[in-house]
Design a protein around this ligand. Sequence first.
Ligand code: PMV
Length: 352
Amino acid sequence: MELKSGEVSWQSPSNIALIKYWGKKGFQLPANPSLSFTLSKSVTRTSMAYAPASDPEHFKVELMLNGKINQQFSDKVKAYFDILLEQIPFLKFFDYEIYTVNTFPHSAGIASSASAMSALALCLCDMEQIISNVSNSKKTKFYEKASHYARIGSGSAARSIYGGVVSWGKIKTLPGTSDLYATPIEENIHPVFENYNDSILIVNRGEKKVSSRHGHQLMTNHPFASARYKQAVSNLEKLLEVLSAGDLETFISITEQEAFTLHGMMMSSMPGYILMEPNTLNIINAIRSYRAESGVPVSFTLDAGPNVHVLYPQQYFQQVQEFINQELLKWCVSGTTINDCMGTGPERISRK
Ligand code: PMV
């Protein structure tokens, strides 16, 4: 092992879940498998510089978000590294300066923890290779490990390690899947889902009302939890068939049900939370009416917040943009939308 300074940089995208992960078991393991599209433009770029620590028992982590020191995130990443020590013991022999920028605005309804934690996990894997002098361990193992490290930081981040359609969690019918890391679904995706669009409509820019951590905890004693976990498995298995057949109608009914179930579970928790806002419902109703009238296969999904992800095939881009501009913008904060689409996954920026 070499105690030499270095710097590694990665860019990693966020993702949008179609089958939602909501509820944990054990340590950072999902109570049900989930499935997402990795986004393209909504990315985090992270550079991690490391140098031998002056005091390994109290190694330091300093994180700069968008050019400014962020003490809260520095402490979070230090706590994350402390947890990872069990798996990466050499981490404590270095101090870290981490520079991170997001290409999308904070609290925009895009999961910044997914892009941020996946970028950081990839940096850690690169550093691990450099420190332990392994130049070319198997590529699949590298990404599997990165997904595993990302999961420990934020469950959904495990899926951002890969591009395209990605699942996380053991699925009996899909060999190679695991609760420990995500798996890309490269085969059997119908061309209609290529570059699938996700236009994100910002209804509220505020901080999340309920943290993911608290939301997952609420599932522990939720009266409907076991039925929900069964539903997720069955929806995921159906969705895999739908993705391969290009069956947009069933795609829409499954993914919209998933969004409503996520919010239904929050509303029926103890205490219950309403994460949608009046304009979320206005947008959803308008999407459904427009779809019925025009026949355009446009649908929505939601994260654990009020902003709406409008999903549609690439070929309908112009039509849906017109619809959004004419009918939906009035319900968005300062008319804000972010047009993103399915992307190819993280990229290494540099490794010194
Ligand atoms: O990764 P977490 O712990 O922030 O949880 C993510 C939860 C959802 O975004 C609501 C669903 C998902 O699968 O991404």
